[in-house]
Design a protein around this ligand. Structure first.
Ligand SMILES: [Zn+2]
Ligand SMILES: [Zn+2]
Ligand SMILES: [Zn+2]
Ligand SMILES: [Zn+2]
Length: 340
């Protein structure tokens, strides 16, 4: 749908599952907000009676049945046609709005409230309320001084302060709060150097990611896998992907201790489990009896091709010996053949 498209196009750097979640959210949000919240609110604070009748009579009915793009475009162009206004788009905003003078922003909004399209007389401009998420001004029907942390400020500045947002943004941010939509690696990987907490979480996550895979293959792994349920599953199944809620918990120091606990129980299991030990690697360079596992990120180097593990210290720059053997078998021998 149109909303999903705008939502997705402004959603940078996610993976497929995050995108699917985003779409799902978008659908749920759109249904809820457009059918109840804004429709009621819009009819309450619109100025012109012509607009009011358009909104009251046509929109809720059409939106109820509008499952196709054509109808939605029709509604939106109808709104644009009558007032130059269309509802705010559902989008995840990744940039911090530059501070621009109120008059300039309101002029760019065509002197209307962004939330409902009500025309604003110039003497009332100073009474409009700013939404830090959308970077726009709203009337008092559409903005009730709700507060929220702003995704872009968290992700770019590690700033968790609360800012005033309009009702639309508050609802949007609340509804995405728990969902893993933010890939720190693609949005702002400098966050790992800026925030020590983030870097420590990443380290623990990387180990847990490999441990979980190993434990899932172990017949005796069930009870220790239960411990992983203390944290949302995406944190131990995908790297760099976070919800706003995760980031707040990282900042408060609430997430790392949990990850460390799970890490402790998991390594304890692997160390004492025959089945898991049987899956360890022997370093081909030094042949020592010290078993290697992919989760030992500090000492283990893993070949990206064949997944074999070596000691980081032993690994020679020439490349993976196993892959070299495989390659040698594939290329036909260039030794002169003894054809009679
Ligand atoms: Zn308004
Ligand atoms: Zn095991
Ligand atoms: Zn070695
Ligand atoms: Zn290899």
């Amino acid at each position: 749908c149109l909303y999903c498209l705008t939502f997705r196009s402004s959603f940078e750097g996610g993976n497929n599952s995050a995108e699917a979640i985003a779409q799902e959210l978008c659908r749920a949000f759109r249904k809820h907000w457009l059918q109840t919240g804004s429709a009621v609110q819009l009819s309450g604070c619109l100025g012109s009676s012509k607009q009011r009748s358009v909104l009251k009579e046509d929109i809720p009915r059409e939106l109820e049945s509008s499952l196709n793009l054509a109808e939605e475009i029709k509604i939106i162009s109808k709104l644009r046609g009558s007032s130059g206004w269309a509802p705010p788009r559902l989008q995840i905003i990744f940039n911090i709005h530059p501070s621009v003078k109120r008059d300039a922003v309101v002029a760019a909004q065509n002197f209307t409230c962004v939330g409902c399209g009500t025309p604003i007389e110039s003497k009332y401009i100073r009474r409009l309320r700013y939404c830090d998420y959308l970077g726009k001004y709203f009337c008092d029907c559409c903005h009730s001084y709700a507060q929220s942390s702003i995704p872009a400020r968290i992700l770019l500045k590690w700033d968790f302060k609360k800012y005033y947002v309009c009702n639309f943004s508050k609802h949007l941010l609340d509804s995405i709060w728990q969902h893993p939509l933010f890939n720190v690696l693609s949005i702002n990987k400098a966050l790992y150097t800026k925030s020590k907490e983030m870097d420590r979480v990443r380290e623990a996550q990387e180990q847990l990611f490999h441990l979980k895979k190993l434990l899932k293959t172990c017949r005796f792994g069930e009870s220790v896998l239960k411990e992983f349920e203390q944290v949302p599953s995406h944190l131990t199944e995908e790297l760099h992907l976070f919800s706003l809620d995760d980031l707040v918990k990282i900042k408060r120091g609430q997430l790392l201790p949990l990850l460390k606990d799970i890490l402790k129980s998991s390594t304890c299991h692997v160390d004492g489990c025959e089945l898991c030990q049987a899956k360890g690697f022997i370093c081909e360079f030094c042949q020592s009896a010290d078993l290697l596992f992919p989760y030992q990120t500090a000492k283990c180097k893993r070949c990206t091709e064949c997944k074999t593990c070596f000691h980081k210290a032993c690994f020679k720059s020439g490349g993976c010996p196993k892959c070299q053997r495989i390659a040698a078998r594939r290329t036909p021998s260039e030794a002169p053949s003894l054809v009679p």
